[in-house]
Design a protein around this ligand. Sequence first.
Ligand SMILES: [Zn+2]
Length: 378
Amino acid sequence: MTEGELVSFNCRGCASADVVPVVNLGEQPCADLFPPAETSGPDPRWPLALWLCRACTLVQLGPVEAQIAEEPLAVESATSRAHAEASVKEILRDYPELLGGVVFEFGSPHGGSWLDHLSAAGSRLAGVGEQADLVIDVHGIVHEPQYGESLKLRADRLAPGGLLVMEFHHLLPLFVGNQFDTIRHGHWAYVSLRALRNLAAHHGLTVESVRQVEMYGGSLMVMLRHTEDAQPDPSVDVVLDDEDAAGIADEVQLGSLQEAAWHAAGALHAELIRHKVAGRTVLGYGAPSKAPVLLDLSKVTTDLLPFTVDLSPRKHGRRIPGGSMVPIRPIDELKAARPDVVLVLTWDIADEIVAQLEADGGWGATYLVPLPEPHERA
Ligand SMILES: [Zn+2]
């Protein structure tokens, strides 16, 4: 899209034409398509920008013409697997009427499925087209380009009296924590509770309760019901008030994220230069889909970060997409290289990573966490 070009674009949530651009991260490569390490690029790029709908307040990717291929190669983190198990226990404890009921899950390419745990607890999977007492969407819906239509599918699946549980990365910590690297092609919506509440009403759903969970740097688990069944509790207003105080439905406030992103990116570049000048080696940990935009905006290339490592064998021999060209290698190569500094690209599971690398005593490395501003992990 060039400046001045007329773009016809309607809100992905409510179809309103009253949508405005708020954050522009420039042209970025597909975040989840890791090319073989020897391919030189340049990788194809598409505009990456956030738009705000003034009608329903949904924050979303703007118009993207290209059909962007996804090739998820990640292995599920231990943090994610443990979270799924704990969530199922919690829900069945707090909603015992769901025990033994019918469940349906809208899946996510990130994994984190609840179905095995629910089956083990005696739930029955819904048949084709059958409505369910418990409908689950854990980090699924943002992969759907049309949020509103997808929300309707979830409402249609929900039996009268049933519970819809939706977990998603929350716009509030994204904004407050400067988590700009979670903005990526393929994640079409960046959802606040207010936006979800507004859109749910279009489909006869009401938010009943909400919990804040730590996944992916700050997520919400939201419980919804058909409006005639819902009895909202005070947790809903608490989160709505927090969102209002931060101004995440305000286009000027949201726009400040762009400056914060460029500032952190510049600071990361400066920090890596500082280590290089001091003769300290820096290597990366993780090759998440967050890495391309972070390294690209930070202008980090292999002279500052010779390689990164990842648990997923399917990423080995590949590289980070975009301008960084940073190759991805097995974890053992990081341990063998014993760098002075480990740049934690998967910062949302930093605890898991540091525990893993320090399990056999480590080698005295420091851990550099890139956001909200680069800092050494205590
Ligand atoms: Zn809208």
